[in-house]
Design a binder for this molecule. Structure first.
Ligand code: UDP
Ligand code: MN
Length: 341
């Protein structure tokens, strides 16, 4: 599984985006919480190695190396740390994801530097063939269980599934009825802290343009697209993702869907516009081909952001937000505080 070197060790690969960390105290604090909780609960067997991959710029790498020395002190397991240069990866990614950027990036142009937000989408094409499974993790997580258990979820993929992912826990892909849209706009007077949501003035502009499945839902009032679980299809959240790179390489369907003509076709069909990168792409193709995704239990990515509850969607919010059962990983998305317990 995921053999990179020649040793007989079994490697468990985890990747985190780690850019501009030197410039953000808040990101450094999140990184500390994530790594200390991962180390605290992490247990591996003899002959197993946790490989931590970081996608970073030189300044973040330098800081990251220093911080990791401290955070990994109490690790009871073998680990390796690998840094990937964000510029190198962006260079490889851009030609593959350029066509989808205009549908799933903020702004209408395909900015070269935004390609990295689609890393998970084409990771199978740019990582060495010997790397067959990897989990991609946000930095704003808190682990409450052994991260090794997350890798067991790969073994539960049904045939045809290539990615394991948890549903989105806010109505971001509903955004919504005309009334809801109006209310959201009217109430958006505070400072939005939602992922990728710009400051108050810009927000009004974006909220009007980036309405995901809004048009589609208006034209198809009986659709499950954007509806809450369990019957509805609320979309995915990219904070915790299991990428079966081997299956992604083998899946004719998945690779078809990456082609520019097919991206355009689906985006037109669903009238889809987004700004959340890979999460939007997976959400959109998941509406058409749910069999490509293994639905990870909500406890593996328990998102805590409640931004849309207070911005026009309070009436339906709980239907999206509720997550019963054990929480294995908290996700403090949109800068939400994470409980201590
Ligand atoms: N990230 C980064 N540098 C940044 C901002 C984000 O490396 O300046 C990475 C980091 O891994 C983070 C992920 O991108 O966890 C997604 O951003 P964030 O978690 O803040 O978004 P949210 O979950 O709130 O939507
Ligand atoms: Mn996050």
């Amino acid at each position: 599984k995921g053999e990179i070197g020649g040793s007989g060790d079994q490697h468990y690969h985890a990747l985190m985006m780690f850019t501009k960390v030197d410039k953000s105290r808040s990101l450094q604090d999140k990184f500390r919480v994530a790594m200390l909780s991962m180390v605290k609960h992490g247990e591996f067997m003899e002959g197993e190695v946790l490989v931590l991959h970081f996608v970073s710029d030189p300044a973040s790498k330098e800081l990251g190396e220093k911080m990791l020395q401290e955070f990994l002190l109490d690790a009871t397991f073998k680990y390796e740390v690998l840094f990937h240069d964000v510029v190198d990866l962006t260079h490889k990614l851009f030609p593959i994801v350029e066509a989808m950027q205009k549908y799933f990036s903020a702004g209408s142009g395909a900015y070269y530097s935004d390609a990295i937000f689609f890393l998970s989408v084409a990771m199978h094409q740019i990582m060495p063939e010997s790397l067959t499974r990897i989990v991609q993790l946000d930095l704003d997580l808190k682990y409450r269980t052994n991260i090794r258990d997350l890798f067991k979820e790969f073994d539960r993929f049904p045939p045809g599934a290539v990615i394991g992912i948890t549903r989105e826990m806010q109505p971001v892909y509903r955004v919504g009825t005309l009334a809801g849209q109006g209310a959201a706009l009217a109430r958006a007077s505070g400072t939005p802290t939602c992922p990728g949501t710009p400051g108050p003035a810009l927000f009004l502009f974006w909220a009007a343009v980036l309405h995901t499945f809004w048009q589609y839902r208006k034209e198809n009032p009986r659709t499950r697209v954007g509806d809450p679980p369990p019957e509805g299809l609320p979309g995915f959240n990219s904070g915790v993702m299991l990428l079966d790179l081997g299956a992604m390489r083998e899946s004719a369907l998945y690779n078809q869907l990456l082609k520019p003509s097919n991206v355009a076709k689906l985006a037109d069909q669903y009238r889809f516009r987004g700004h959340l990168g890979d999460q939007d792409f997976f959400t959109m193709i998941g509406m058409e081909h749910p069999e490509l995704f293994y639905p990870l239990a909500c406890g593996w990515n328990r998102q805590l952001c409640t931004w849309w509850r207070d911005h026009g969607y309070g009436d339906v919010f709980q239907m999206y937000y509720r997550c019963e059962g054990l929480v294995y990983i908290y996700h403090g998305n949109c800068n939400s505080p994470i409980p201590d317990y």
